[in-house]
Structure formats: structure tokens, C-alpha cells
Ligand binder design. Structure first.
Ligand SMILES: Cc1cc2nc3c(=O)[nH]c(=O)nc-3n(C[C@H](O)[C@H](O)[C@H](O)COP(=O)(O)OP(=O)(O)OC[C@H]3O[C@@H](n4cnc5c(N)ncnc54)[C@H](O)[C@@H]3O)c2cc1C
Length: 386
């Protein structure tokens, strides 16, 4: 039976997370204004924060399964501040590829490092099969050449998992993940992106100019199977719900603020009367709330049916598509309700509007999620429905 009702333990965990998030939020404006500064590994007031799950004993059949509750916990973290939150996550997406494709020895060597992931190139984003970065075998080494753009944590990560093709004729089967560590000759961060949102999080362009990496920096085998490509896609797919949840958290922050401001003006939702008994503003608030609730339920459902294992593709894409869209539209609708106040830098709502945009872009755009859903429903391959 699907049940998303919250137990006392669940509520305790969420309350603890809200408290932490209120502290993180104090830093939101600072790192938005100072995009050139990366937040430190630990914010001073956050150093002693403990996992909200700590000391709360899980009761089977009463408490919400942890992997499901984690959707709500993460949304509250993003409600605090998504950009600052991102910085506090030690692992990068590249660590996911390492886990999926690395040997025990490789995992032991790099698991403690933050590894970013570099797929996107100037001519290749939504369609990762068209990667142009090359890896050519030379004795015991691989020689990598190419340019990677929009690499999250590209500046602060200690290393990057670079997707490169060992043979363009093999298509996606030729794409393999390589670990490239900072400081390797020929590997440089050539540009740090200035972004409209999530400015606390660094996004970089990386250049690979005859970068020589030892043979054992290839994750997985150099065969003509799709295993390497799949390992990269698995790590990206796992990140989809994380991005969707962030969208819901940001939208909730904007809605809470809007509600609060409208309340100060004497405008509150009147329940128990029909649509005809409410003002347009009250009705708009209800619709935004319902949309955020629908997106949240989609994510909870995706988590529930995935059972704590590999996220199931269709429900996850449905949840990500809905959450990304709601993040964009809910923050926009909140700005509209707030009038000029919504644009003032005195408040964070204009920042949430900017931060929200990314959630419908990375991890696969809304259009790409809808394509994945359509393929799954119709039973088409990506070649049949490109
Ligand atoms: C802040 C930020 C951080 C990022 N972090 C990373 C990272 O860490 N690692 C990484 O590798 N990449 C990262 N990216 C890249 C991101 O994943 C891509 O930007 C995204 O996949 C879209 O690719 P694109 O920008 O090339 O757009 P395109 O693929 O060119 O798409 C442009 C538009 O066309 C639409 N479109 C494309 N194909 C189709 C289709 N078949 N059907 C319908 N519509 C379609 C898209 O939805 C989009 O609206 C990041 C991007 C940003 C902005």
C-alpha cells in the first residue's frame, strides 16, 4: 500500500532539517552576490550539524521508509538554499560513475575525492552520443583531447570523470569514462561561468590538451560494449530526482514567502468557500500550492516504486519533468503576485526565481524527460524516437 502520511519520527526529522536550513539560508544572499567566492567546505554555524536521522530509531511499518522521506528532507535543504547546499555535498556526480564502473582498487583510490562529471561539450548537450572529446591509447597511457563546458563543481572538484570517445565509429559504445585529476599537465579550468542562478555553485569550462592519464584511469573495460556509457548515464539518472526535489524546495520557499507577504496585506486563502467566493489572488495561491504538492507527490511516488534501489526510469522522468516545470512556473507566479517587491534584492524571492531555472535544464531538460517518457510508453528506442 502506498502511504505518504508522516509519523512522529518523520516530523521530528523534518523539523530538525528545517532548523538547519534556516541557518544555511543566512548565507544565501552572500554567495549569490559574491559569485567569485566559493562557500567554504563547512559554514561556521553548520559545522556541528548532525544528520537529522541520527538518534531517531526507524520503526518499520510506522515511519516513512528513509529513501522516501529523503525526498522531503532534500526539498527542505533546497528550501534553505540550493546553491549553498550543493557546495556542502562532498561527492560530485563523477563519484557515482566511479561507484558504478570502477574496480575496488579504483574506488579505494578516488572515493574520498570530489569528482565532477564532464559530458557536455560546445556541440553536445542533450544528445551525449555526439561527444567529440577523444581518448587515444598510447602504450600504457591514454591521451585525451577536447573541451568540456558547464561542468558543475569544475573549479572545486579534485578530479573530473571525463566522457571521451575511444572510437567515433562505435557511437555511444565508444564513449568511456576517464578519471582526470587536477594538476595533470594539459588539463586546465579555462573559464568559470557567470550564471543567472545557483551562483554559489561553480560551473566551469575544462580544456584537455594532450592530457596523458595512466591506463588505469579508465573506469571499466575498453571493449565495444555500452557499459562505460551506461555507467555515466546511470550516475546522471540517479541525479534526476535530486534535481527535481531541489525544484520543489525552491518553489516552496518562494510560495512560503509570498504567502507571508500577502498575509501582511491581509490576504489569506479562504478555505471552505467555492472558487466564486475567493479573490483571484487567493485562487492563484491555491493553484501554486496544488502544483507544488503534485510535483512533490510525483517525486515521493518515484522514490516509493523504486524501493530504494535503482530509480525507475519512467516515474523518475515524470517526476523530474513535473518538478522542473513547477519550479519555473511557481516562482514566476509568485513574482507576479508580489509585484515590485518580487524584484527587490532586499528579498530572496527574485533569487529563487533565478535559481529555479536550472532544475528544468540539467539532469536532462523537461523536453528530454518527456521524450524518455514517450519512448517508454510507446516502446520506442532512441533511434526510433530521437
Ligand atoms: C549550471 C549548469 C550546470 C551543468 N552541469 C553539468 C555537469 O556537471 N556535467 C555536464 O556534463 N553537463 C552539465 N550541464 C550541461 C547540461 O546538462 C546541458 O546544458 C543540458 O543537458 C542541455 O544541453 P544543451 O545546453 O547543449 O542544450 P541542447 O541540447 O542544445 O538543447 C537546447 C534546447 O533544445 C531542446 N532539445 C534538445 N534535443 C531535443 C529533442 N530531441 N527533442 C525536443 N527538444 C530537444 C532542449 O530541451 C533545450 O530546450 C550543466 C549546465 C548548466 C547550465
Amino acid at each position: 500500500m502506498v502511504d505518504f502520511s508522516l509519523s512522529e519520527n518523520d516530523e521530528r526529522i523534518l523539523d530538525a532539517m528545517r532548523e538547519q536550513s534556516r541557518v544555511v539560508r543566512r548565507y544565501a544572499r552572500y554567495y549569490d552576490d559574491n559569485e567569485n567566492e566559493l562557500p567554504p567546505d563547512a559554514l561556521p554555524e553548520v559545522v556541528n550539524f548532525r544528520s537529522p536521522y541520527k538518534d531517531v530509531e526507524f520503526e518499520e511499518g510506522i515511519d516513512t521508509p528513509r529513501h522516501v522521506l529523503h525526498v522531503l528532507v532534500s526539498a527542505i535543504q533546497a528550501w534553505g538554499d540550493y546553491g549553498v547546499l550543493m557546495k556542502r555535498i562532498g561527492e560530485g556526480l563523477g563519484n557515482g560513475v566511479l561507484t558504478a564502473a570502477g574496480t575496488d582498487e579504483q574506488r579505494a583510490r578516488w572515493q574520498r575525492c570530489t569528482l565532477a562529471i564532464a559530458m557536455t561539450e560546445p556541440g553536445c548537450g542533450s544528445d551525449p552520443k555526439s561527444i567529440q572529446t577523444t581518448a587515444v591509447r598510447d602504450g600504457d597511457e591514454w591521451v585525451l583531447n577536447g573541451e568540456k563546458i558547464f561542468v558543475t563543481a569544475g573549479c572545486r572538484a579534485e578530479g573530473v570523470v571525463v566522457a571521451a570517445t575511444v572510437d567515433k565509429n562505435l557511437g555511444y559504445k565508444g564513449i568511456k569514462p576517464f578519471v582526470v585529476m587536477k594538476g595533470m599537465p594539459g588539463f586546465e579550468v579555462s573559464h568559470r561561468e557567470k550564471k543567472m542562478g545557483i551562483r554559489a555553485d561553480d560551473t566551469a569550462t575544462l580544456l584537455l590538451n594532450n592530457v596523458r592519464v595512466p591506463g588505469d584511469h579508465l573506469l571499466g573495460a575498453c571493449d565495444d560494449s555500452a557499459a562505460g556509457f551506461r555507467a555515466i548515464m546511470t550516475a546522471l539518472n540517479r541525479n534526476r530526482p535530486v534535481v527535481g526535489v531541489a525544484g520543489v524546495g525552491i518553489a516552496s520557499a518562494a510560495l512560503d514567502f509570498t504567502r507571508e507577504k500577502l498575509k501582511e496585506e491581509g490576504i489569506e486563502i479562504v478555505w471552505g468557500v467555492g472558487k466564486q467566493g475567493r479573490s483571484a489572488v487567493q485562487q492563484e495561491l491555491i493553484e501554486i500550492e496544488a502544483d507544488i504538492e503534485a510535483a512533490t507527490l510525483g517525486l515521493l511516488h518515484a522514490a516509493w516504486v523504486s524501493g530504494g534501489n535503482e530509480w525507475k526510469a519512467r516515474p523518475t522522468s515524470i517526476a523530474k519533468a513535473k518538478a522542473g516545470e513547477v519550479a519555473r512556473t511557481a516562482t514566476q507566479r509568485c513574482l507576479a503576485l508580489l509585484g515590485g517587491l518580487g524584484l527587490s534584492r532586499e528579498y530572496l524571492v527574485e533569487k529563487w526565481f533565478r535559481d529555479a531555472r536550472i532544475t528544468d535544464l540539467y539532469g536532462g531538460t523537461g523536453e528530454i524527460q518527456r521524450l524518455i517518457i514517450a519512448r517508454d510508453i510507446l516502446g520506442y528506442s532512441s533511434a526510433e524516437l530521437p
